[in-house]
Design a protein around this ligand. Structure first.
Ligand SMILES: [Zn+2]
Length: 293
């Protein structure tokens, strides 16, 4: 069985979610078409408060989160099955399903709903900020208005797409993490789509993270570990900080839970520890992870 595929977020859920957000962007563009900037801001504000829209956001978030939850549950069962500790993992999973599951899922649904619900308002704020900034430069109101009319559709689509591309991975990682930690599985392998070479869209720092062991309590800062440099030789400023696989904007990476050493591609393996990446032998990793027998 292909381990990589086992933990990768389902394409189907991603596509469904992206489609819903694209439709939302289209609606926002339609209802503001031909309006002045101040009318656009009012329209977006009003739309954000409408029952129909909030219902839509809840439905889309719920579908995405529960879909991922089901898939992650499936991944756990498959991992448990292929692993000698099947029974143990299965029982822990069952217990977790009855316990904290509800609260965590509710939180994830609410968090994702919030991101959608605040989208129209945030775009409205961007419009307001743009007007303010350009007016301060002394630009003519009619010019600013024309520019907004031109940029609005693109800006709205880009914002919706960013949510679509970011939230599925983010939520998936969150679901995997809660479950892994409740079972005392504190390490995962960082997996980048396309592996160490990436697939052309993978950022170089994440491709470099591919295959590195990470502890849930110690997220790395890939941009600091693998800095990119400007033409003048200075490293780009790291605005993302420390985070786990799948939890940066536009990131499609995912964590592969280490259930046993099978998940590790080869030895010695790279491990993220104390702010840097070190190379460790099989024996050292066995000791580090512990309890895997
Ligand atoms: Zn990534």
């Amino acid at each position: 069985m292909n381990q990589d595929k086992l933990w990768e977020p389902s394409r189907r859920i991603e596509l469904q979610y992206a489609r819903a957000l694209r439709n939302l962007a289209r609606t926002l563009i339609k209802i503001t078409k031909g309006k002045s900037p101040s009318e656009i801001i009012d329209t977006l504000e009003e739309y954000a408060k409408s029952r129909a829209f909030i219902g839509f956001a809840e439905k889309v978030a719920m579908k995405m989160v529960t879909g991922l939850f089901r898939d992650v549950g499936h991944s756990w069962r498959r991992a448990a099955y292929k692993n000698g500790k099947g029974r143990e993992l299965y029982e822990a999973l069952m217990k977790e399903l009855q316990g904290k599951r509800g609260a965590h899922l509710d939180w994830l649904i609410r968090d994702n709903t919030y991101r959608i619900v605040t989208l129209p308002e945030n775009i409205g704020k961007d419009v307001a900020t743009y007007i303010e900034r350009e007016s301060l430069k002394g630009r003519r109101a009619s010019d600013i208005e024309r520019e907004i009319a031109k940029m609005f559709p693109q800006h709205t689509k880009a914002n919706a797409e960013l949510i679509a591309r970011t939230q599925v991975s983010y939520t998936q990682t969150n679901l995997i993490r809660v479950r892994a930690e409740s079972m005392g599985l504190n390490w995962y392998v960082w997996r980048a789509v396309g592996g160490g070479k990436g697939d052309g869209r993978t950022r170089s720092s994440h491709a470099a993270m591919s295959g590195v062991l990470v502890n849930w309590n110690d997220p790395p800062a890939p941009e600091d570990l693998f800095p990119r440099f400007t033409k003048t030789g200075r490293p780009y400023r790291n605005t993302l900080g420390h985070y786990h696989a799948g939890q940066a904007p536009n990131c499609r990476c995912y964590p592969e839970t280490i259930v046993d050493l099978e998940e590790i591609d080869s030895f010695p393996a790279r491990v993220y520890m104390n702010g840097r990446i070190v190379t460790m032998s099989r024996k050292q990793i066995e000791q580090l992870i512990g309890g895997l027998d």
